[in-house]
Design a protein around this ligand. Sequence first.
Ligand code: NAD
Length: 265
Amino acid sequence: MTARVLVLGPSGRMGRAVIEAAAGRSDVRVVAAVDRSGAPGLGAPIGPVVATEDPGAGLDACDVYVDFTAPAATRVIAQLAVGKGKPAVIGTTGLSSDDDAALVALALVAPVVVAANFSLGVNLLLGLVRQAAATLGTEWDAEVVETHHRAKRDAPSGTALMIARAIAAGHGADYDAVKRHTRDGDIGPRPRGQIGVSTVRGGDVIGEHTASFFGPAERIEITHRASSRAIFASGALRAAAWAVGKPPGRYDMLDVLGFATKSGP
Ligand code: NAD
């Protein structure tokens, strides 16, 4: 079956990449594209469709929607999708707990795939860092560094947070109790078990993440570098085709890929 897809934010970096990636696939077909009012390209053809500012009509036309927009848009469109029971693939990062509550409500009536990173490599890396943290323990200091293009709004990146949480899970720790997102001034010695996350912004970097484990006289670094947004776009479309027909609930990319690394805290 070919899943009919609504793409949100077709004028955006990821929206454009999703429309381009769909052109090369047979499991999905873009049937609608919806942008915010005033967005460039409204009313003009983009890929096989014309971009509109009518999310209700776009949702009615699709089997599943793909959302790489902004937190407020993600919340409002999820609220609209609840009444229509529409499956969703959510890539927007930096969601507040109120934004996330809209996804929780949608997941009660439809399948919702939420991932801060749709690439195969990063989802594999999550399993690797968790295993490293579990093996090395808190004797090895764990740090995450992420680098992104200058226009990225949220920090640390959603992917860096997923990696840091995977390390905490490997340590058997509560991430919120051990996280350290900023350092400045007289910070004192590094506490055992702390997990640091540092942010770098500049240029046109699509996304780079390194998890480092600092042991006595040795260090392990596990790095992922994205060199094209196409990896996120094709992962999201794979998730869209997968989601159609699934029972209501919240899923992530590990479910879509069938990775067996999800068990545990
Ligand atoms: P961008 O600013 O280039 O694009 C955002 C798009 O959303 C724009 O086209 C904008 O007009 C549109 N938009 C805003 N409000 C809207 C609304 N109410 N309805 C419809 N469209 C609306 O941003 P980007 O670089 O494409 O990133 C978008 C999001 O995706 C960010 O949160 C980013 O962190 C995230 N992202 C996730 C992944 C992943 O794999 N999960 C990968 C890359 C980026």
